[in-house]
Design a protein around this ligand. Structure first.
Ligand code: PEP
Ligand code: MG
Length: 566
């Protein structure tokens, strides 16, 4: 399931001419200099076309769409791509269009081989760039999906970001693709348009006939082709219910998230790129509770320079306007690796060389990130968030580096927000149990329940064999959580939760009862949690929480909450 909702419409199967799934034909004799010149010209034209689009006010592009186009321009003008293509023209004696196809296919395979979801999601951007260049080489425009009939369910092998932007969303009610990923730019665009979408089908959906009736259930991930009358009725009713609920949630967007007895909860979003900020704002988010910078790092070929990071953070700061953006410093290790920074194998990577531990060991990497963050803080409301803190020395050491970076910037006359705050993630039980002590060095707290559960339960979050232990309703874990939140408050420090627990409607009510100040969830979940907050009663949730903390097992807690909460 890529994008929630239900669509019932008529199929339109989009087949791309000359896409990268086709066979690559080679070995036709070519004039080398003619082909390399043609390639340079095509790159120039393709980049210029996109640049013009970005700078045309009438195109009415959102900043998210502009930034996707800018990524496209970067891919098109990539120096490595030029070197690869020219080498292929010269050594294989093939036309530029074939050389581009091979070079893009090889680069895609390299991205795929990293097993890194972020890079894999960028493959469609890469192919999009390749299609645009070949479009110029072969004099054809490949990046438009022309839908003409209303209520169309668009079916495609894959949709690239530029294609996603070309779709007339007034006519398309659902989208089904064979390849796709929740985190790809195309998926982000489709979600932001609120179009139900499903992806990654084992069967060949490209064999569907145009105009056949198709049901897309973007919530369950199902599609039904040529449904019978009864199924149509069932889904017709489901659609009505879903649309009514979505309409209702939409109406809550501008309402402040306040419980029925007047307690304000700050609803923020977890994101990994600035393009998601617009979606966050549209969904009523009040800021970014967690920007995971490691995904940006994972998309690079080497450690990004201070300038490159600065650009990325400034983009986020500007996109958020005055809203706060908590930018977490590099959290690699565990399951997150950088292709250019191999971490030697460890027996227990989640208990090993991770996050702040790497930053404090490799101070030059951390300092570069901090300088970029500080410089970007002049453009918005950036907050620094340190991951995986387990003792006070780590915060002191990190703060010393931050202070030094501030002093250096001041000395060089470079501006930054002088009152920038530094908070910490509470993800390790030792930090949770001494939140009051850590409050001496931290301006705010963000509880990362994803890790805090795994460390308090000694149950690897990635290991399905121990999944039943990985439970946010475990009484021991809940007591730890409550301790951390109440200690933060005793020290007058704000505390939020940014782990997945905050997006569970029942758990969110329990967190409100514990007195949480902020809930940070995936942008798509903001309206759901807003609705929960608006219907929750803080005093009652607090009473329920008191009772929950006396119950002895997760199952009994779950049963109790089912009876007591909405
Ligand atoms: C967490 O641990 O809850 C968290 C938000 O961080 P991540 O999921 O990125 O480890
Ligand atoms: Mg974590």
């Amino acid at each position: 399931a890529i994008s929630q909702g239900i669509a019932i419409g008529r199929a339109f199967v989009f087949r791309k001419a000359g896409s990268y799934t086709g066979n690559i034909t080679g070995n036709c004799k070519t004039e080398i200099s003619v082909e390399t010149d043609k390639f340079s010209k095509a790159v120039e034209n393709a980049a210029a076309e996109l640049r013009t689009l970005v700078n045309t006010p009438e195109a009415n592009l959102t900043s998210e769409e502009k930034s996707i186009l800018e990524t496209q321009i970067e891919f098109i003008s990539d120096e490595q791509l030029r070197i690869d293509v020219e080498a292929k023209i010269i050594s294989c004696n093939i036309p530029a269009s074939e050389a581009v196809k091979i070079a893009i296919s090889e680069m895609s395979e390299m991205f795929l081989a990293t097993n890194d979801n972020y890079l894999i999601a960028r493959i469609s951007d890469l192919r999009d760039a390749g299609d645009r260049i070949t479009g110029y080489l072969l004099n054809r425009n490949t990046n438009r999906i022309n839908v003409t009939a209303e209520n169309t369910v668009l079916i495609a092998e894959e949709i690239t970001p530029v294609e996603a932007m070309s779709i007339d969303y007034r006519l398309v009610s659902g989208i089904v693709t064979m390849k796709g990923d929740k985190t790809s730019h195309a998926s982000i665009i489709i979600r932001s348009k609120g179009i139900p979408s499903v992806s990654r089908f084992e069967e060949n959906i490209m064999s569907v006939n145009n105009n056949e009736t198709v049901i897309v259930d973007g919530t369950s991930g199902d599609i039904i082709i040529s449904p019978d009358e009864e199924t149509l009725n069932i889904y017709g009713n489901k659609k009505k219910e879903y649309d009514a609920e979505a309409e209702y949630l939409k109406s809550l967007r501008s309402k402040p998230a306040i419980t029925t007895d007047g307690r304000k909860i700050h609803l923020l979003a977890n994101i990994s790129c600035s393009e998601e900020i617009e979606f966050m704002v549209k969904n009523g988010g009040e800021g970014v509770g967690l920007l995971r910078t490691e995904l940006f790092f994972m998309a690079q070929n080497e450690f990004p320079s201070e300038e490159k990071q600065y650009g990325f953070y400034v983009q986020a700061a500007i996109a958020a306007g005055k809203k706060p953006v908590s930018i977490r410093t590099l959290d690699i290790g565990g399951d997150k690796q950088l292709p250019y920074f191999p971490i030697p194998p460890e027996d227990n990577p989640f208990l090993g060389y991770r996050a702040i531990r790497i930053s404090l060991d490799r101070k030059e990497i951390f300092t570069t990130q901090i300088r970029a963050l500080l410089r970007a803080s002049a453009y918005g409301n950036i907050r620094i968030l340190l991951p995986m803190i387990s003792n006070i020395d780590e915060i002191r050491e990190a703060r010393a580096i931050i202070s030094k970076a501030r002093a250096d910037l001041s000395q060089s006359g470079i501006s930054f927000n002088n009152s920038i705050e530094t908070g910490i993630m509470i993800e390790v039980p030792s930090a949770a149990i001494m939140t009051d002590i850590l409050a001496n060095e931290a301006d705010f707290f963000s509880i990362g329940t994803n890790d805090l559960i795994q460390y308090s339960m000694a149950a690897d979050r990635m290991n399905s064999k121990v999944a039943p232990l990985y439970d946010h309703f475990n009484p021991g874990f809940l007591r730890l959580l409550e301790t951390s939140i109440s200690q933060a408050h005793k020290c007058n420090k704000p505390v939020g939760v940014c782990g997945e627990m905050a997006a569970d409607p029942v758990a969110a009510q329990l967190l409100i009862g514990m007195g949480i100040d902020e809930l940070s969830v995936a942008p798509a979940m903001l309206p759901v949690i807003k609705n929960i907050t608006l219907h929750a009663n803080y005093r009652r949730a607090k009473e329920i929480c008191g009772k929950v903390l006396q119950i002895d097992s997760s199952n009994c807690i779950r049963e109790f909450l089912k009876k007591e909460l909405i």
